[in-house]
Design a binder for this molecule. Structure first.
Ligand code: ADP
Ligand code: MG
Length: 278
């Protein structure tokens, strides 16, 4: 069985990546963290409907922006476009004014700490998992990242603390603990842009809000894109983009969007009702 797995892994590693540097790719200087989209449109090759349709936005350095919208509205596709995990045509997405398709992939991806909903934790210690993106980080830095992700106290309660093994040979973390360990990993990379795709879905509301508020307060503020299905967490951000069938249907602060009495208002009322019923 092991041999079969190794053969399979070798097959995967042998496939040349389809998204690569252009021959004239340029290095990225110091990143401010401004993101822009102009007429961003993308259709998956096996689909007829565009997953993203004529999207425009500017996200300023240090701004915290939430993206909300029903399942299938295009949030994750948008998230994947930014670090070029999904490749769009040139002239649509810009980082600090540079067309992302012209940048060196390594530089672009180093500028964006991306946390998906289901992050992969390896069968190694918690400290090693947190350190994964920056193996040379010190113990203090690992602990500081875990504190920022509000998971330090729970890690210390484990039998071997930060040296506790997770995965098949070790302990099983809860969904919320896994997400916060993944978040600590992203904090440790210390990229200027933090991209969270429903990465706090299993973390309780109050803790998620605390994490966000603290990030927004920091002196070296990052640009944060916070995709969430929980509107109460989105409400705490600077600005909310509401997606619907691949477009940005509305954008504004929580208060502005409630006043607009449109899609956001409907989603908000619906969520309030669900909370009462639960
Ligand atoms: P959300 O994250 O808001 O739930 P997605 O960005 O995952 O939405 O999906 C947007 C649309 O694109 C949906 O219609 C979905 O079915 C489609 N889609 C997402 N990923 C793929 C893919 N890899 N191949 C084809 N279609 C996809
Ligand atoms: Mg999604």
């Amino acid at each position: 069985r092991g041999q079969v797995s190794i053969d399979r892994i070798e097959q995967i590693l042998a496939v040349p990546p389809t998204i690569v540097d252009r021959p004239d790719a340029r290095p990225l200087p110091v990143v401010r963290g401004e993101l822009e989209a102009h007429g961003l449109t993308y259709t998956f090759s096996d689909s007829e409907q565009p997953a993203l349709r004529d999207i425009d936005f500017t996200i300023r350095p240090g701004e915290t922006v939430a993206i909300v919208g029903s399942i299938g509205s295009g949030k994750s596709t948008l998230a994947n476009v930014l670090p070029r995990l999904v490749e769009v045509s040139p002239g649509q997405v810009f980082l600090d004014g540079y067309d992302v398709t012209e940048l060196e992939l390594d530089d672009l991806r180093r500028a964006i700490a991306y946390v998906p909903q289901e992050s992969f934790l390896f069968s190694m210690t918690i400290a090693e998992n947190i350190r994964y993106g920056r193996p040379e980080a010190t113990e203090e830095e690992v602990v500081a990242a875990a504190q920022k992700a509000r998971v330090d106290a729970e890690i210390r309660d484990f039998p071997q603390g930060y040296q506790t093994l997770v995965g098949e040979r070790g302990i099983t973390l809860s969904g919320g603990q896994r997400q916060r360990v993944a978040l600590a990993r992203a904090f440790l990379i210390d990229a200027p842009i933090l991209l969270l795709d429903d990465a706090l879905s299993s973390v309780d509301n109050q803790t998620a809000e605390d994490i966000l508020k603290q990030l927004a307060r920091g002196s070296e503020r990052k640009t944060i894109i916070f995709i969430t299905h929980r509107l109460t967490a989105a409400a705490a951000t600077d600005r909310i983009l509401v997606m619907e069938r691949g477009t940005i249907a509305e954008s504004g602060s929580h208060i502005e969007l409630l006043r607009e009495n449109g899609l956001y208002r409907r989603l908000w009322d619906q969520q309030e009702l669900e909370e009462v019923l639960l």
